[in-house]
Design a protein around this ligand. Sequence first.
Ligand SMILES: [Fe+2]
Ligand SMILES: [Fe+2]
Length: 364
Amino acid sequence: MKKFDVKELMPGMILAEDVFVSENKIPLFEKGDILSSKDIARLTFYSVNEVSVETQPVQSTPTPPPDLPNLHKETRSKRIQASKEFREFKQDFENCTEKYAHTLNDILAKNKEFELDELMAPIYQLMSKNKNTNSVFDMLHNLRQYDDATYAHCINVALISNILAQWLRYDKDEIELATQAGLFHDIGKLMIPDSIIKKKTKLTAEEYDEIKKHPQIGYDCIKDFPLSNHVKNAVLMHHERCDGTGYPSKLTGPQMDKFAKLIAIADVYDAMTSARYYRGPLCPFIAIATFEEDGFQKYDSEMILAFLQNIVNTYISDTVRLNTGEVGEIIFINRNNLSKPTIKIGNQYIDLSKTHNVYIEEIL
Ligand SMILES: [Fe+2]
Ligand SMILES: [Fe+2]
């Protein structure tokens, strides 16, 4: 038996102990369960940091049957990564990360004054080149392999929050607040020693407690900054959950700031779809399924619906591979079951919402 950070888990690993979430008596997973990529996303969703797995060799991930049509060898991911737009986005994103590494640290460490518009400008530049919100999502999904640092995560969350605010039809000022809240939300992590944040080996219980202080630390850092109270609240409350299971104050939905609820969704979506050693970007349908199964008590249901519906709509008529290995085309979205659309395979139509244990594993 060995403890593994959730980030290092691979599909096929076998759990050596039950996994519980907060005070819940029923385990999320049981000893002996074989982890799939869907399960690993679910652990991230529940903020589980590490689990015990059996030390016996990891089973290889299921590979698609060899008789797949050659036509689909090029995945959507590979096509995007090969595009000029993606290379440009990646370059701009890296410049953006580097810039924030300096400016945010200067603001925190040297108490340097900042001009908010100037600070936000690189984010809006990244957005403006990609007018279409969906293409920003595609780019982000594919950028995953490159950077896992706090700055990169904050930029991701700023972009996702900006898009979500647009989808929720917020006005211009509110869209700006959502973007700022995304950029600042984890600023408290920059004050926690690198020896903890970047530690490769198992964290102690005390070290986890230290990391969990980042919303309060971040809030204390920025409370006198010339920022909207909504942004400050988002920093303080982004790990609270509508059902009262979050931290630091176990607030419930009505007690949470609207912008904290929005950031909470963008934050966990980014964590679920971010880079893992064993794979490229996580299939968005797996993240969507996790939100649908477990998300409606934890997050603002109206925000979640808008978020998931908009993401799913991007993929109508895309070719997908199911966990059974079959390849088909998404032809109809089921409004009550967004992660399980109807798929056309050859001359057959399969309604995934009516089939048990069959789900979309990859967008081709
Ligand atoms: Fe956080
Ligand atoms: Fe975060």
